[in-house]
Structure formats: C-alpha cells, structure tokens
Design a protein around this ligand. Sequence first.
Ligand SMILES: Nc1ncnc2c1ncn2[C@@H]1O[C@H](COP(=O)(O)OP(=O)(O)OP(=O)(O)O)[C@@H](O)[C@H]1O
Length: 267
Amino acid sequence: MSLLSVTDLGVTAPTGRALVTGLTFDLEAGSRLGLIGESGSGKSVSSLAITGLLGAGLTASGSVLLDGVQVVGAAERRLVPLRGRAASVVFQEPLTALDPLMRIGRQVQEPIARHRGLRGAALRAAAVEALAEVSLTDERIARAYPHEISGGQRQRAAIAIALASRPKLLIADEPTTALDVTVQAEILALLDRLVEARGMALLFISHDLAVVSAMTSDVIVMRDGHAVKRGTMDALLAAPSDPDSADPYVIELVRSARALDAMLGEK
Ligand SMILES: Nc1ncnc2c1ncn2[C@@H]1O[C@H](COP(=O)(O)OP(=O)(O)OP(=O)(O)O)[C@@H](O)[C@H]1O
C-alpha cells in the first residue's frame, strides 16, 4: 500500500465553486513528487486537504489515504495522531508556523516531547540536536523569539519542528518562496539532505519549475484545480515538441525555466 494514495480528490468552496477536481496520485514511502502550478491553481488547497487542514467552509470529496487512514470526512480526533507521525508540513511563511511568543528552543522541544516522550535533560539535548541538524548551532537561536532571527533561520527552525516528530512524509508548500535566492538554495539543499538521510517521502509544492526540479524529477502540473500533466521533469521539458501534451501553461513554464537557465548560463 502506498504511503499516500489520493483518488479523485475534490475541494469545493462555500460558494459551490470547485477549487480542485479529480486529483489522483500515489506516493510511495521514501519517494518524491512535485506539485507545480501557477498561483491559484489549487496546490495549497490540495495539500491542506491531504492533511485534513482545510479551513472552515471548504469541503473535500474523494479519497485521501494517508498511511492507511482515510482523511476525507475523518473526525479531527482521527487526524491528530496522523499529523507529525505520518505527515508534517512546512509552509511558505515560517512566521505563520511559529508561535511569536515562545522561544525557538521550546517550540522545537514540544513535538519531540509529544512524539518521542522525552523529558528534562534528554529533551533539551534532543532539541539542540534537532536544531544542529538544520545548521542552527548558535545557542542564542534556541533562546530567541521568532522575530529576533532571520527569515532563513526561521524557516530552518520550522523545518526542525516539522521533522522533530519523525514524519514518514514531508509536505513542503513553497518553502523557499519568501526567501532571497541564496538562502533559497541553502534551504533546498538542507531539505534534500534531510529527506534523503531519513528516507522520508516528499511532496514538494511550488510555482517555480526550477525550484521543483532541484528537488524531484517526478511532477504533476496543476492548472485551474486540475492535474494537467504528470510525468518526469525530462518529459515535461520535452513537452512543447510533443503535440499531445502541448498544454499552453506547460509550454509557458518550460519557456520561463529555459530563459532562466540561459540567463544563469551567461553569467
Ligand atoms: N478558504 C477559501 N475559500 C474560498 N476559496 C479559496 C479558499 N482558499 C483558497 N481558495 C481559492 O482556491 C483556489 C486555489 O488556491 P490555492 O491557494 O490552492 O492555489 P495555489 O496553487 O496554492 O496558489 P498560491 O501559490 O498562490 O498559494 C484559488 O482560486 C483561491 O482563491
């Protein structure tokens, strides 16, 4: 059985508008998949539906089996044990994931205590280790509040928190979009290393083809709430010459990624 099995997932707004329709894919333990699409294409809503975190008024239909548990229509008490253990999410803006009034060290300790049952000195040591794994080795960071550290450091801390529960699946939703380019590259390298080292599965969501291609070669392209294409990055890059898959959005994505490549190549 797949770690994540999404079948005919639909998400509907309170107005009745379909935000996501007919999304189907499987993700095996330890494998990676990219969800790519322009703003508003339904990527975030899909990832929220997968973890049962859809906001009030949004309704999911179809099936999402996460580690064998049906998420669609599940009661909150069924979902709580899944979060962290089966899947954790890293969001675009780490400030929304972090508690502004709690020191970073405490925030890292919390999931470690909850999921691994550590207390006291062992808990403090595990939190220091979790921060070291995301290259936050300066002990001032653990004592700092979120607003006292940089955006890149905050995203590292959010990653440490997401991974502290040892999830089987990490969902990263535009994890580097709010960061400047050099920090973006560092965070991608960090995620790549940790996902690999821990044998986690990764669902990586971004509007940026170049960023997705740094993390995975297996991608789904979404537009207007639909999956318009699934395949390898290579097949996608070859798409414009293939009349069957000449989706205008895919062509535009590839064109802009090539322009970026060419620009970088000239430097
Ligand atoms: N709570 C909500 N109520 C109604 N519509 C919503 C809600 N949340 C999102 N939407 C709509 O659902 C559609 C998909 O949004 P979603 O955030 O999933 O897109 P996205 O592909 O992740 O884009 P972005 O990268 O900009 O976040 C958009 O048209 C958005 O306006």
